[in-house]
Design a protein around this ligand. Structure first.
Ligand SMILES: *Cc1c(COP(=O)(O)O)cnc(C)c1O
Length: 462
């Protein structure tokens, strides 16, 4: 399998190179040249496999430059860190099927992809004898999942900026209690936006970027999408076993379009997913896209589901490539227009296609709290505020008997304040958070200045 860029100026590169490139060098996103197809017989065989075997069978269709035995080992190691034997179990309650993606080390779905990406990076760097310094800014979930993905890995140092005192206490402790020598937590005296701006400025200094082999951890790496395709197949198989239904609908709490794009790939591969529901919070650029045919930048509103508080959806370009009939020139022109006007509009025919491929609902904070409350009252199950967005959208748009799978993207114990507001109690903590407050921490508090961060990286880079 070879990979190409949505903007057409990178093509024919193998998987390994696509992983190390991250963002395509022409500014686009990398995609496989073709999407492999599962026959009904393939799907029946896949439905019998446990999670790591399933992951291997799905990923092997996209990866032909890593020997099978090595790929198996990488996958096994990545999912051995999950605390549930099924890795991503399905819990059927309240009329929906909750796909629990939060049994990894940081209790959010990003672990599914970043546990694998960390192992892949280490493996590929060891092959070439190179090293890498990962630099990123986080408002919470991505940073901790990335840190847990690469902690203790050879050939990789990681520097994660978070706004000092402005991430949730659980998220802050998850990051700063990782004391492996290759992990550097930098609490900046500023906001998340300051962190993002600093990281952007450092990456745009190409000399600095190359000198220190800087790498990124945002959701644009193809390997992250690929890892996420697996659990859509897993969910379909589990729900078919439980209900006998041949097809499913899936509701996905969406920010950057990464997770739902993995569902779109799974469907293109032949997995019987009928409807994909794109559930957004008050930051509803994608809901406006699906329902009104306009993709336009708005202001970011802070919500109870902070990991979905985005302005533009970084993975949207991958879908646009298919919507535009796999024509990279059209994608390039669309983004050139978007860069100057902040909006993209779509023809009636394109809108019809989008509407056939996705349904969408935007769920505000009041409805998030209401959904956590209702769901708990009727089932005893506690939703986290991100999962509640998807469950609200799924339950609102469900109706004709096709099972509704709702992706649970975080454990409620990560967001105890919001849960407490909804139901007057804090969710039970899973064992991985036991004694978190007492663990040793490692974190530097620094000024939010690009020069300060550059100097720190210079002094601690591999
Ligand atoms: C990142 C995140 C999301 C959004 O995922 P995307 O791939 O950006 O759509 C949803 N929920 C949680 C808990 C997250 O951490």
């Amino acid at each position: 399998m070879r990979y190409l860029s949505t903007r057409g100026q990178v093509r024919g590169i193998p998987f390994k190179q696509a992983v190390m490139m991250g963002l395509a060098e022409d500014g686009g996103l990398l995609l496989p040249e073709s999407i492999p197809q599962f026959t009904p017989g393939d799907l029946d065989a896949l439905a019998k496999l446990d999670y790591p075997e399933l992951a291997f069978q799905v990923m092997a269709r996209f990866i032909d430059d890593i020997p099978s035995a090595d790929l198996k080992t990488l996958i096994d190691r990545s999912y051995a860190t999950f605390t549930h034997p099924e890795v991503t179990p399905v819990v059927s309650t309240g009329g929906v099927h909750i796909l629990e993606l939060f049994h990894g080390p940081t209790l959010a779905f990003k672990d599914v992809a970043l546990q694998l990406l960390g192992n892949l990076f280490e493996y590929l760097l060891a092959e070439t004898g190179e090293h890498m310094n990962i630099l990123g800014a986080t408002s919470g979930d991505t940073g901790s999942a990335a840190i847990y993905g690469v902690r203790g890995k050879r050939g990789i140092n990681i520097f994660i900026l978070h706004p000092h005192g402005k991430v949730s206490p659980v998220q802050e402790m998850q990051m700063t209690t990782v004391t492996d020598p290759n992990v550097y937590n930098l609490a900046i005296r500023g906001t998340f936006d300051d962190g993002q701006r600093i990281v952007k400025e450092i990456f745009s200094d190409l000399d600095f970027k190359h000198r220190f082999a800087l790498g990124a951890v945002n959701s644009i790496n193809w390997a992250r999408v690929l890892a996420q395709v697996v659990y859509y197949v897993h969910a379909w198989a589990a729900v078919r076993r439980a209900t006998g239904s041949e097809s499913i609908d899936v509701s996905v709490p969406t920010g950057n379009f990464g997770d739902i794009f993995a569902g779109y790939v799974a469907r293109r591969m032949g997995v019987p997913i009928r409807r994909l529901i794109l559930a957004t919070n008050a930051n509803n650029i994608l809901t406006r896209f699906v329902n009104e045919g306009e993709y336009a930048i708005g202001d970011v509103h802070p919500t109870l589901s902070p990991s979905m508080d985005i302005q533009v959806a970084s993975n949207f370009e991958r879908y646009l490539y298919y919507l535009y009939g796999q024509d990279p020139l059209r994608v390039r022109n669309a983004f050139a227009g978007f860069a100057s006007s902040g909006r993209m509009t779509f023809t009636a025919e394109e809108q019809r296609q989008v509407g056939a491929e996705f349904s969408s609902l935007s769920v505000g904070d009041d409805d998030i709290l209401q959904e956590i409350r209702d769901f708990h009252a009727t089932t005893g199950y506690i939703l986290d505020p991100h999962t509640a967005v998807g469950v609200r959208a799924g339950r609102t748009l469900a109706g004709d008997g096709v099972p509704m799978v709702c992706l649970a993207t975080a454990h409620p114990a990560k967001f105890p304040e919001a849960v407490h507001r909804a139901i007057g109690q804090t969710p039970p903590r899973p064992a991985s958070l036991d004694g978190l407050e007492q663990r040793p921490r490692r974190c530097e508090v620094v000024e939010a200045q690009t020069g300060v961060i550059k100097t720190f990286v210079e002094q601690h880079a591999l």
